[in-house]
Design a protein around this ligand. Structure first.
Ligand code: PMP
Length: 283
């Protein structure tokens, strides 16, 4: 198995990281997870654009345009590892390595690596729905940047698991933001609602795809924040992510409790998304 290591493809056993890498000391790096369907990357351009934005926001001097090879390298890695089925590519860009100091210098050479992993679509969860755990959002105020500094998310996910829930849904006071590794949509009276893409959430690629598919279906999508009350009174709710696609919510635990049924709009969007994925599969 090969991994991408800067601009080289090397054996995974030989990939070793600098002791002084800033992503290790400070979580000073950004990342992307890109789904692969039947050997084809899904929405690769959007992921690379978001990676560029994350790097720019953190003042990491890395230009994907200059390194035109990044897209090619990702494709090559998929091929080299014979990932012909379903899986994903994990891609991480670190500010680089230098003696530990909070102050970063702009001349440090960024470091990029990527690996592939096979995975199957979690069909069971998509068909049966999941229980989610409501918890206070304790993260910083730049959740729009996809950084590897994920402590708030990691703690929320553990809390959810400790309550037999598959995902944590975070809220700041009464306002619902997003999952620990997913975005959240609710449906009320035929209208979809999801948190606007501001500094409080990650603008998920799946979120953007779902908004687009919904609008093409003539559904109205309101990009406005909603409260935990509104969420519990919704007709349907689902989370979206690269890994889990569209997963319906059937139970709320934590701060508030409630049950919910998988609804027609969730199912319709699931099948629209599958149709879009099918187009990727067939190349
Ligand atoms: N929000 C957070 C906090 C996430 O970690 C993720 C998954 N990376 C998402 C939303 C969903 O984003 P995407 O659809 O791009 O996977």
């Amino acid at each position: 198995e090969k991994v991408l290591f800067n601009d080289k493809m090397i054996d995974r056993e030989n990939a070793s990281f600098s002791f002084d890498d800033r992503s290790m000391y400070f979580g000073d790096g950004v990342y992307e997870v890109i789904r692969v369907y039947s050997g084809h990357p899904y929405k690769l351009e959007m992921h690379l654009q978001r990676l560029q934005r994350s790097a720019d926001e953190l003042d990491i001097p890395y230009s994907i345009k200059e390194k035109q090879s990044l897209k090619k390298s990702v494709m090559e890695l998929i091929d080299t590892n014979n990932l012909n089925g379903d899986g994903y590519v994990y891609l991480q860009l670190s500010r680089g390595a230098t003696a530990r100091d909070h102050l970063y210098e702009r001349h440090i050479e960024p470091f990029i690596f990527a690996f592939t992993k096979e995975m199957e679509t979690p069909l069971n969860q998509q068909e049966q729905g999941i229980a989610v755990y409501l918890t206070e959002d304790i993260r910083w105020l730049r959740c729009d940047i996809k950084t590897v500094n994920l402590l708030g998310n990691v703690l929320a996910k553990r809390q959810a698991a400790d309550h037999d829930c598959s995902e944590a849904i975070q809220h700041r006071g009464d306002t619902v933001t997003e999952g620990s590794s997913s975005n959240l949509f609710i449906v009320k009276d035929g209208q979809l609602k999801t948190h606007p893409a501001d500094n409080l959430i990650l603008n998920g690629i799946t979120r953007q795809v779902v908004i687009d598919l919904a609008e093409k279906q003539g559904l109205s999508v309101s990009l406005t924040a909603f409260t935990t009350e509104e969420m519990l009174e919704a007709d349907e709710a689902f989370i979206t992510s690269t890994i889990n696609e569209i997963t319906p919510i059937i139970e709320w635990r934590g701060t508030k409790h409630g049950m919910m049924k998988i609804g027609p709009i969730t199912k319709q969007l699931q099948s629209e998304l599958q149709a879009d994925i099918e187009r990727t599969r067939s190349g």
